[in-house]
Design a binder for this molecule. Structure first.
Ligand SMILES: [Fe+2]
Length: 309
């Protein structure tokens, strides 16, 4: 069976350390028609949908993000003229999207010589579907996972900045917790270190763990999906970043990830021990919001405030 995502040549040596362009066969997939995405928006829990105006800066201050006074399904329905940016988070909770994500990553894993995604160390598969109006901007940020980003409809310009020497974004800024908005400080001179992927339907790119990026759409509305997973190393790093963020919030300064491997190991173990008893409670949206607020303060649920009406 041929893989739904194709990459070759230097991409094979770049993965998973550096970004690269790819091609895919998902542009005409029925799960990505606007009609199907309207239905998806109505199926998703409210805390899994984030949206705001697409008329924002690359360095947008989160608290000044202009909002959109429409229900999520209306945003999708009217995406051509709504001037909106929307993400449907963790779409793998819907069976059809989970099956597609699994099929894509199993195919990539087989192309790399593995049996399947699990055999390649691709676990925690998660999907994020982006629906954006023309000329919309996603501000500068990073994500705590590896990502095959596929462009389904419209044009997208994806700027990935090389931060491998930590000169663009300091380690502390990656301590992304629910209380910290994901947007990162941006300066125009970062562009000297950018790889820019100009994508049309059928194009995509690989975005490595924590590589900061910003994105803009072209003259038509855009549909994209981030197909993400976490390797064992990424999962461990995320535990340390979470603990560092929480301890810093509570007033305890922390060494950034990677500075002290022994301390990092202890933090990862503490996270695992603390998380287990909370897991059953997290199945309820109300309890999820309560836990976020209790650990990180009122701003932890910042994106719920982006709803109007
Ligand atoms: Fe991102």
């Amino acid at each position: 069976m041929t893989s739904l995502i194709e990459f070759a040549g230097e991409a094979r040596t770049a993965f998973p350390k550096r970004p690269f362009a790819l091609r895919h066969k998902l542009a005409d997939h029925p799960l990505f028609t606007l009609e199907r995405l309207v239905a998806l928006a109505s199926e998703m829990p409210t805390d899994a949908i984030e949206y705001n105006s697409g008329k924002v800066g690359i360095d947008q201050k989160p608290e000044e993000t202009p909002l959109i006074d429409l229900e999520p399904v209306e945003v999708v329905r009217r995406i051509r003229e709504a001037n909106a940016w929307m993400v449907l988070k963790r779409v793998e909770r819907v069976t059809a999207y989970r099956a597609l994500l699994q099929e894509v990553l199993d195919g990539v894993a087989r192309d790399m010589g593995h049996r399947d995604a699990a055999d390649a160390g691709f676990t925690n598969l998660e999907g994020f579907v982006f629906v954006s109006s023309p000329n919309a901007t996603t501000p500068f940020h990073s994500d705590p996972e590896d990502n095959f980003f596929v462009q389904i409809h419209g044009d997208k310009f994806f700027h990935v900045i090389d931060n491998s020497d930590h000169s663009v974004v300091p380690g502390e800024a990656f301590e992304v917790t629910p209380a910290m908005h994901r947007n990162l400080p941006y300066r125009a001179e970062f562009e000297a270190r950018a790889t820019v992927f100009e994508m049309k339907a059928g194009d995509g790119c690989f975005v490595p763990y924590l590589w900061p990026h910003w994105v803009r759409t072209g003259e038509t509305y855009s549909i994209s999906m981030a197909m993400t997973w976490k390797s064992p190393a990424v999962r461990r790093s995320n535990k340390v970043l979470f603990m560092n963020g929480m301890l810093r919030k509570w007033g305890f300064p922390q060494k950034p990830l990677g500075v002290s491997p022994v301390l990092d190991g202890a933090k990862a173990a503490a996270y695992t021990a603390l998380r287990a008893p909370l897991e059953p409670l997290r199945r309820s949206e109300r309890l999820r919001n309560f836990i976020r607020g209790a650990l990180f303060g009122r701003n932890a649920n910042y994106y719920l405030a982006s709803r109007k009406g």
